[in-house]
Design a protein around this ligand. Structure first.
Ligand code: SAM
Length: 200
């Protein structure tokens, strides 16, 4: 795609997402819980119900999955829960500047098993940098996958990352996702933003 066309498309998508974010909550909270790649929203709906004091935002790039998640949120009547069709990096660019993450869930992300496709994986150094810039003090990242090589890679990436450190902590909330229900086993890790890197 020619550069000018790509830039115009990016600007249009940013403006559209910005308009959707502006309507999401009457007043944006200072901190939110974010689920990236929320699919049909099973996990975050149950999580938001169990954590009424947290504002919970689920995003996914697929419109049909978000449409189902939004119906679920509507049926639940939970005022602290919202779903949006959004790509994770674009959300980080467009999210109101005052908003920080307290918890970030990445559950069963696309594993991209072929080596030449690893560049498409969500959990990479650059993306973790961007997440840390929007992480509040003590923010946690919760990662879970059924693809063991991705788990090993995520642990190694987080262990060596300047802004995150692995945390030996308990998984905060169990509720089976769609992909979890199809998996025989899964692996989880938790990371905490390093003190000097969080942004309050
Ligand atoms: C394998 S599915 C897992 C869905 C759900 N978390 C579960 O466990 O059932 C991965 C999801 O991540 C979404 N996704 C992939 N890349 C994304 C990105 N860059 N931003 C937002 N969502 C993304 C996909 O559309 C897909 O719905």
């Amino acid at each position: 795609m020619p550069l000018a066309k790509a830039q115009a498309l990016h600007a249009a998508r940013s403006a559209e997402l910005d308009a959707q974010l502006a309507k999401l909550w009457p007043a944006w909270p200072k901190t939110i819980t974010l689920e990236i790649g929320c699919g049909h929203g099973h996990f975050l709906t149950a999580y938001a119900e169990a954590h009424p004091k947290e504002h919970c935002l689920g995003i996914d790039i697929l419109a049909d999955r978000i449409s189902r998640a939004q119906k679920k949120a509507h049926r639940s009547g939970l005022a602290n829960l919202a779903f949006l069709q959004a790509e994770a990096r674009l959300l980080l660019e467009v999210l109101p500047g005052t908003v920080r993450f307290s918890r970030i869930f990445v559950l069963f992300p696309d594993p991209w098993p072929k080596r030449r496709h690893h560049k498409h994986r969500l959990l990479q150094v650059e993306f973790l940098d961007l997440l840390a810039k929007r992480a509040g003090k003590g923010a946690h990242l919760f990662f879970r996958t059924d693809y063991e090589p991705y788990y090993q890679d995520a642990v190694a990436t987080l262990r060596d990352h300047a802004a995150w450190q692995l945390a030996d902590e308990t998984w905060p909330f169990e509720f089976e996702t769609v992909f979890q229900s199809r998996a025989e086993v899964h692996h989880s890790c938790i990371a905490r933003v390093r003190t000097r890197h969080h942004d309050t």
